[in-house]
Design a protein around this ligand. Structure first.
Ligand code: ZN
Ligand code: ZN
Length: 368
């Protein structure tokens, strides 16, 4: 039986052929984790995965060599020591890959200095980004990926239930303190660290969709936006609830929260194969506009989620990509009133043959 990595590298090579390009040149990260099960960050040291029409070569610093030979689904691993010239090793690898001229598809995550290295080694080549070729492959998740995403969602859901259980006890604690406690709950429920910086945004801070938790203490009556996720088998969760731990929220808040939940439901109900991504955005936006908060919904409705927390498909006006079974993305409408409050509700969904399945199922209301 083929490993998922064999299947994925074959599909990547097919995309390469279809485009008429010579090779992918990737940097350890989400793309290499996806294709060859290796993602060790080499920092400022040079590391490349070259994937041409046939064979593939992983070039890593010597100190990562043992790990690469054990972990990576690549037969040809080459290393360079700190006293060596890494570009000599990379240049030989490009020769052996048969990349004489033609187009090289670059990892969008590759640092600019490494891009310049490759351009210097192969001035006769054309360079372009790899996401047009790899994005569609990564967007359609296989069963193992969906299973990991489901388990990551469950770990985050369990942590969210714990958070709701804090009730009054959260009042007087700082945003940063809650963020630390959330990280501990994610690990306790089988997650591996935080998938992205946890957002705990209280009171007027909740009007900033990407607020960094700070020293503000939670007050009774504060709406608090909680957006966090963890990883399981490398795959992240990402969900948001906005709750009031104690007391009564601002006057217009309950109705606005209901509007966001209605918008989220309308968008989730619209998900099925064949529907263009922008229609999901419109389904949420229409509800929020009808309630008079159109200008206060200041971001797209969602983003694809896989090894990357933000990947294809983006759920935004203008993206006509038709949804396909296996795609996983967030549905996260919000309303943000500057200086006052904010609300966002987010779940991940996986597109199925007939509609979609939510990967989060904790209560969505603001009342604890
Ligand atoms: Zn989120
Ligand atoms: Zn998100």
């Amino acid at each position: 039986m083929r490993s998922p990595f064999d299947r994925r590298t074959r599909a990547a090579r097919a995309a390469l052929r279809e485009r008429g390009a010579a090779a992918f040149a990737l940097t350890p990260g989400a793309n290499t984790a996806y294709l060859v099960d290796y993602a060790a960050d080499a920092g400022e040291r040079r590391a490349f995965l070259f994937l041409p029409a046939r064979g593939e070569i992983l070039v890593v610093p010597e100190l990562d060599g043992a790990r690469a030979r054990t972990d990576a689904a690549v037969a040809d691993v080459r290393t360079w020591g700190d006293a060596d010239d890494p570009l000599a090793v990379a240049g030989d690898a490009l020769d052996d890959c048969g990349v004489a001229g033609g187009e090289v598809l670059l990892d969008p995550e590759m640092a600019a200095r490494f891009v310049l290295d490759l351009q210097g080694l192969r001035p006769e080549c054309e360079f372009a980004l790899a996401d047009g070729a790899l994005g569609p492959l990564r967007a359609r998740k296989d069963d193992a990926e969906i299973d990991a995403l489901r388990r990551a969602g469950r770990a985050a859901d369990r942590a969210m239930r714990d958070v709701r259980g804090w009730g009054d006890e959260a009042v007087g604690r700082t945003e940063r303190e809650l963020a630390r406690r959330i990280a501990a709950r994610l690990d306790a429920h089988g997650g591996h660290g935080t998938a992205f910086p946890t957002i705990v945004a209280s009171g007027p801070n909740a009007a900033n969709p990407h607020h960094d938790p700070g020293e503000r203490a939670i007050e009774a009556g504060d709406p608090v936006t909680l957006d966090f996720g963890t990883r399981v088998d490398g795959y992240p969760s990402d969900q948001t609830r906005t709750v009031v731990f104690a007391g009564d929220p601002p006057a217009e808040y309950a109705a606005a929260h209901e509007t966001v939940r209605d918008a989220q439901r309308a968008a989730v109900d619209a998900v099925e194969p064949g529907v263009p991504a922008h229609e999901i955005d419109a389904a949420a936006r229409d509800v929020i506009e009808a309630a008079g908060y159109g200008d206060a919904f200041v971001h797209r409705t969602g983003h694809g989620v896989g090894l990357g927390v933000h990947e294809a498909p983006t759920i935004v006006a203008g993206n006509a990509t038709p949804l396909e079974a296996g795609m996983v993305f967030s549905v996260e409408p919000g309303i943000y009133v500057e200086g006052a409050w904010g609300v966002r509700v987010e779940d991940l969904v996986v597109v199925t043959e007939t509609g979609c399945e939510r990967l989060n199922d904790t209560p969505r209301g603001w009342r604890i």
